[in-house]
Write a protein that binds this ligand. Structure first.
Ligand SMILES: [Zn+2]
Length: 243
């Protein structure tokens, strides 16, 4: 079994990436949080790939906007949060915490991470040490609390922090540089963070993607994963909201 993950840069104001998980033996793919249908169909056409599944982390339009267009003329399974069924049409396979399903020979496990939205879910695949974290865990940051409480998000992040440290983290947005700038105001003396800032700066200056991250790297440099209580988390989150 061989798998490969492609990034489609949506080049929108929100800096979304659409992740495509390819089974290189069959050229079948999963699209994760497809912002736009056209970008996915063009990519699949160019690379001879066949879209089989769509995975959604939460209902926000920049994560679900492409679903309807992708379903137009194909037989595709759409996985998404059961708790957001009223907000997302087209989910064929609703999921909740601790559910699992398969994409070819990969077992995909669901970790519910309420906070950014109440129904937000993430997709963990132990076999390829991969997490699709949506808008819960970002590189050196985390999603805004649009629906959930700081307490909920704190627990959600703790669950992700407990994954194997080598797990690669594919989040949805290229917010890494701005997150690093904020993180340095929280931990100006964190050497790992200072070094990462230099790497991220260089990547962005060369117009390169800064993802994926890893759980290990986030444990060393993400101030939101390094808090010791929900109260401390809430304080840093509100500082970031005003940053
Ligand atoms: Zn969102």
């Amino acid at each position: 079994m061989h798998y490969k993950i492609h990034a489609i840069d949506v080049k929108n104001a929100l800096k979304n990436y659409i992740w495509l998980l390819e089974d290189t033996d069959t050229q079948e793919v999963v699209a994760i949080d497809p912002t736009e249908a056209g970008l996915v169909t063009d990519f699949c056409e160019q690379h001879g790939l066949q879209l089989k599944q769509i995975w959604l982390t939460h209902w926000h339009k920049d994560h679900t906007g492409g679903v309807e267009g992708l379903l137009a003329d194909q037989n595709i399974l759409v996985y998404g949060p059961r708790d957001e069924l009223t907000k997302i049409s087209f989910i064929s396979n609703p999921l909740q915490n601790d559910d699992h399903f398969h994409f070819n020979d990969l077992k995909v496990e669901i970790i519910a991470t309420p906070g950014h939205t109440l129904g937000h879910i993430t997709y963990f695949i132990e076999k390829i040490e991969t997490l699709f974290s949506g808008d819960t865990l970002f590189a050196m940051g985390c999603g805004r609390l649009f629906e959930g409480t700081a307490e909920q998000m704190y627990h959600s992040l703790n669950r992700l922090a407990a994954l194997p440290i080598q797990t690669k983290v594919y989040c949805t947005h290229e917010y890494t540089l701005a997150n690093a700038e904020f993180a340095l105001t929280v931990e100006p003396n964190n050497v790992a963070l200072q070094e990462r800032m230099q790497q991220v700066k260089a990547l962005r200056e060369a117009d390169q993607i800064t993802l994926p991250s890893t759980i290990e790297l986030e444990l060393e440099t993400n101030p939101f994963l390094r808090t010791e209580s929900a109260e401390e988390f809430a304080r840093i989150r509100s500082l970031k909201d005003q940053f």
